[in-house]
Write a protein that binds this ligand. Sequence first.
Ligand code: BG6
Length: 505
Amino acid sequence: MNNHIPEACIVLFGATGDLAHRKLYPALFQLYQKQKLNEKFAVIGVGRKEFSHEKFQEDVKLSISKEKNIQNDKVDEFISHFYFLQMDVTNEKSYQDLKGLADELDSKYSLGGNRMYYLAMAPQFFGTIPSFLKSEGLTETEGWQRLVIEKPFGHDLQSATELNEQLQKSFPEESIYRIDHYLGKEMVQNIQVIRFGNAIFESIWNNKYISSVQITSSETLGVEDRASYYEKSGAILDMLQNHMLQMAMMVAMEPPGGLDPKLIRDEKVKVLRALRFYNEDEVAKNVIRGQYKEGTMNGKTVPAYVDEENVDPASKTDTFVAARVFIDNFRWAGVPFYLRTGKRMATKATEIVVQFKNGPMALYHEHDDHYQPNLLRIHIQPDEGLSLSLNAKPQGDFPALLPINMSYCNNCHNELNSPEAYEKLMHDCLLGNSTYFTRWDEVALSWEFIDGITNAWRNGNVPLYKYSSGTMGPLEAEELLNEDGYTWWPPTNLRTDLRTDRDEK
Ligand code: BG6
């Protein structure tokens, strides 16, 4: 446990935006009330609107007030650390105003020249802002400077490489903190502890004992008001390229030689190096894409994706993707990893299911319909925890065997809510711990893999399957597993009657 309390001036680009309000201000406040931040911090909110410091502080207060577990007596003191600067980020001259204010706050709060520059805004500015920070002298202070950058980091390998080259002219790789908020989730971080802290798991964590791995991240929300972004990204760039592959890496990585961020990230990237990249034919066989159509959710009819605001009525954007991937190394050779994610599905849940092989001699399972393979489920959200299904003989004579479940709930045993991903990630960045941020080599490899899929899709030979809103996606995604003798395990919070849907192609 690191007890050091960081001191820094946090410069937040996109201060009036949605992410800042929903996630970043509440996250900073949690750090403050948990005394992981003390009085030695200041936030400069940068935005295009004309705001006074007071109006900005009121806005921040409002966003915090929506949170649970708030110590009200700390709020006014907290928001007094917030300052607003109206800025045109494409105009280099305005960076002098920023420098002036940052220097002033630096001495007012004794911040030692430490700066966190957080880019919570549209990606077209990701290259521009760091260049100006450098050229206008904001990256030369006596303390540390870190750049936090939200996704999307490019939209393919080429654009990501160009962006990266641009960033590296202003910030070295070790100062760039690329956010993947799934890596800030309590149970995603816990995968490492569950695996490497328990000899009983690690010794069977390989292709001798594991038959397949499923990772599902389903959402009930539709595209909401984000069509202008989502039309270009689809589920594959929005979720698979980042969150889903990151979870797969956590499940598949080799034990690191220690807990140093470099060692952990080195092991993660090796997983991507072993990932089987697909040609066009293989994409058609291994990746299913879908798009939601009208359906019923919670008793209400919800519109098809193509009828959502600002969506092209002829849109071919994927709102669902399921993929069978292979990691060609000694540990995982022959073990399929099934990844699926989508919007407007039957439930909001993220779950990893590790399915174990059956024992070598069929004493029970060939004679008993109740037999179920051993499953280790890692519940990422909404429940956080772990469950292991086993088979046991119930009391009495019949049936001879029944699946039973042993479970551990990570967020049930105390009054505390798990810290939000952003709280953990901002804290890590302030402390200079880059373990749960994505390194450039990971990002580059994940784009290379994804580009193979999106290129095949663009060439038009891979169908887009429609699924009704409120289901678990197109039936073709189920068939993908059936080919291998498997079936998707429904997320724990889902009734089994809502699983898949077949529809026109
Ligand atoms: C974001 C995507 O990265 O993750 C969103 O852009 C998605 O489309 C979100 O809804 C899901 O995150 P969570 O934490 O709600 O599972």
